[in-house]
Design a protein around this ligand. Structure first.
Ligand code: 2AM
Length: 177
């Protein structure tokens, strides 16, 4: 029998330090905003969502990950965004670093050439903090922005279950300055 397809996406996966900062932010926000909060160890920023992919294509995507090579850069997540339409609360960036736009562009062109579906809308970085959230505003600057030193890209598998998604790192490429 064929193995089931994998639900895959490319993401910025926080290291321990960034995760610690994000966890602190979530703990303070939880006091004032109602919602279903993403567990701190599952927070991530999606770069390209592939959806269901035949398992046999994983080696190709692993190789693609290994070919992604950029200079490290810094991402400042400096504002909260509340999307009333789907009641999602996100961390966003008032400025997208050019290297992040370049990374997503390279990813999308590699994915497109390999025949994967590609997002056509311009990339706007966002990190989902909570779903089914209740907020009375649509954007709010953070007093202290989250500074994320980005030096790697990660291919992640998402396994959905009733207990929520389980994320497995399937491939990763770290860059040197
Ligand atoms: P979200 O956080 O905005 O929900 C794993 O599911 C990751 O892929 C999540 O970060 C999720 O974004 C994103 N994702 C899920 N379905 C998607 C889709 N159809 N298009 C783009 N991103 C998606």
């Amino acid at each position: 029998p064929e193995p089931p397809p994998l639900r895959l996406f490319f993401a910025l996966w926080p290291d321990a330090g960034v995760r610690e900062t994000l966890g602190r932010l979530v703990r303070s926000l939880r006091r004032t905003v109602k919602g279903r909060w993403v567990e701190p160890d599952k927070l991530h920023l999606t770069l390209a969502f592939l959806g269901a992919v035949p398992a046999e294509r994983l080696p190709e995507l692993t190789a693609m990950t290994g070919d992604l090579d950029l200079p490290p850069f810094e991402l400042a997540l400096d504002r909260l965004e509340y999307w009333q339409r789907n009641r999602v609360l996100c961390l966003g960036a008032s400025a997208t670093p050019p290297l992040l736009i370049e990374l997503v562009g390279i990813l999308n062109s590699k994915l497109g050439r390999a025949g994967f579906p590609v997002e056509r809308r311009p990339f706007r970085p966002h990190l989902t903090l909570a779903r089914k959230a209740e907020a009375a505003w649509s954007a709010m600057p953070l007093k202290t922005s989250v500074t994320w030193p980005v030096d790697r890209v990660t291919l992640v598998e998402s396994r959905l279950s009733r207990a929520g998604p389980l994320y497995l790192v399937r491939a990763e490429k770290q860059w040197r300055a």
